[in-house]
Design a protein around this ligand. Sequence first.
Ligand SMILES: *[C@@H]1O[C@H](CO)[C@@H](O)[C@H](O)[C@H]1NC(C)=O
Ligand SMILES: *[C@@H]1O[C@H](CO)[C@@H](O)[C@H](O)[C@H]1NC(C)=O
Ligand SMILES: *[C@@H]1O[C@H](CO)[C@@H](O)[C@H](O)[C@H]1NC(C)=O
Ligand SMILES: *[C@@H]1O[C@H](CO)[C@@H](O)[C@H](O)[C@H]1NC(C)=O
Ligand SMILES: [Zn+2]
Length: 402
Amino acid sequence: MILRTLSILSLALTSFASVPHAPVTEPTTLDPSTSKELLHLHRKLVEIESITHNEKHVGDWLVSYLEDLNYTVEKQTIAKGRFNILAYGKKRETTILVSSHIDTVPPFWPYYYNETSGIIGGRGSVDAKGAVAAQIIAVQGLRKHLFDDISLLFVVGEEQGGDGMRNFSDWRYRPSPNYDIAIFGEPTEGKLVCGHKGMLGFVLKATGKAAHSGYPWLGASANDIMVEALGSLLELREHLPWSEKYGNTTMNFGRIEGGVAANVVAETASANIATRLAAGTPEVVKGLIMNALKDAKANAQQQGGDLQIDWVSDGYAPVDIDCALEGFETMTVNYGTDVPLLKGHHRRYLYGPGSIFVAHSDHEALKKTELEQAVLDYRRLILKASEMHKKETQQLTDQLEL
Ligand SMILES: *[C@@H]1O[C@H](CO)[C@@H](O)[C@H](O)[C@H]1NC(C)=O
Ligand SMILES: *[C@@H]1O[C@H](CO)[C@@H](O)[C@H](O)[C@H]1NC(C)=O
Ligand SMILES: *[C@@H]1O[C@H](CO)[C@@H](O)[C@H](O)[C@H]1NC(C)=O
Ligand SMILES: *[C@@H]1O[C@H](CO)[C@@H](O)[C@H](O)[C@H]1NC(C)=O
Ligand SMILES: [Zn+2]
């Protein structure tokens, strides 16, 4: 914000000095009534608890909000009481898709707004109801220009594997197999994201044989097997693929369990592990992991136990995202999104207000001004991206005609 103010200031100064005029085409602030509606919408969304699998209430509320604005609204049911929301104007098949998610991580934290500091907090205030509210208000502002080209899609389940977006992507009644432009909303500090790391999750399962701890040779310790396996992974962790763009691949031992008591040789142990890929493919990294665990597995089997790897899903490689758009700062991030889950050929962008660093915390909050800026930025993003798309399509047509 400071940078922005400075550049406007210097623009004003130079225009006094020599430059004849610098036309300002986009407003730099929201008008008060729009801002009020933004805050109202955001507040309503955050006040309704919608931890993944419990999105129904916020979904119902949002459907009627959008219907009141004269959108055609469809609910795509993906499970009992769980639905994605698709909203559009006159046309069902649009060229632009604007999307975010309405579920949040647990636990619920109530909404608050401190008018003195301008800080708005509560669960989901950043991830991702800030984006949802700003997207809706932004698209409202484009009703005169692009309205019938834009669909809004608000999905469930993003925080737990993306079943909402997966389901939309494969929906037999999905309106467009290919959008020209898809804009995703997640906390990105008001910057355009040029890509995010890939993901490969797995569960290690060690099995042994229980025995009295006084006679460990009568059993086989699943915990020992697990410790050896994790040791090998700690070593491997330093040698996983990396890239300039995304840095190092990381591996988090998120949850480890094993055994029942100090005086019992552990019969089972497990570890849930998340790998964030900075380069390579899930297949390559799977190979490295299996290779690193070969000895631990052989040792386990020699003692009559075993070591197994369950891959949580296929995983995905790092996701490159379009971010070359004049007037936006850019960044890369380390968290996963629904971006790779929308199938088809489309130019894709990722932008949203607020920071990921507070997103899943007990102090999730953002500034009112960030929310307002996001409305302006989403408008600019939609307009510029569609302008660029049209230009490139035209160039392509011209080339074909030549
Ligand atoms: C929705 O449409 C109705 C009927 O045409 C109209 O009276 C109303 O003003 C519209 N509402 C909005 C928010 O555009
Ligand atoms: C989407 O959800 C519906 C209802 O649960 C289910 O029948 C369908 O198979 C799902 N589709 C995908 C692609 O997951
Ligand atoms: C609101 O913010 C102001 C300024 O940061 C702070 O002094 C005040 O304690 C806050 N109020 C509450 C209720 O947290
Ligand atoms: C990547 O790992 C190497 C070696 O472990 C370390 O020196 C480097 O600082 C790491 N880079 C980043 C971006 O974290
Ligand atoms: Zn999110």
